[in-house]
Each structure stands twice: as structure tokens, then as C-alpha cells.
Ligand binder design. Sequence first.
Ligand code: ZN
Length: 130
Amino acid sequence: MKCTFCEIVKGNLPANVIWENENCLAFTPLEMEVDGHLLVIPKVHYNDVTDIYSVALSEVMNFAKECCNKIKYEHGYTGFNLLNASGKSAQQSVGHFHIHILPRKEEDGIEAWPKLGLGEDIYTSSHNKL
Ligand SMILES: [Zn+2]
């Protein structure tokens, strides 16, 4: 099955592309969860955070930062939630690495950071080198 986001990058599927640079695209999702909701993707296909190359991840994050600054200064938003789902178990819907940008304003009533309160420490040790 073809990757929807790769087809958008190739121009084979339409998308409302807002910003683009050499390596990344920002476009509006089909379902806008909040005003100004954007998806930021690398133009090269990576499945998720576990297989994206470091350089590509850096490029996507810097591009997302630039998008946030544009939204901040051109549209008056004061905060952002950057969301990524990696893997089916994390509810990733399209298997091409992407970051959701949710622009925020004070007291906008949006709960993008749910309090789950279900966490347990799964790590047997801490402060190890990666
Ligand atoms: Zn893809």
C-alpha cells in the first residue's frame, strides 16, 4: 500500500501545503483538531521516531520550530503543543513520521495534555549513558 504522505510529497495527492523547505513540508490535516493545526513531515519516508535518521529528525524539528514562530508572529498564538505518535500502539495513524503542531492561546479551553495518572517507573536503573 502506498504511503499517503509520500504521495503528497510527490504531488500525486492534493494537500493544503502551508510551508515547505528542501527537506520538509507543513500542511493542514484533513481533520483540524484545533485552529491552525498543522502536520510537519520529512519529505523522505521514515516510519516513526525509532527509524528516522538523526539529521532528518533535526531538520523536521527545526522546521517545526520555524513554523511555530511563523504562527506565533503572523497569527498571534502564544503556545504550542508538538505531538508525535510513533507506532500503532501509540495510535500512529499514518506510517510516515510526522509531528502535529497545535497552536495555543491562553485560556483556549483545549486539553492537549491529558492527566493520565497511570504511570509506574519501568526503569531498573537511572543516569546511564546512552
Ligand atoms: Zn511516506
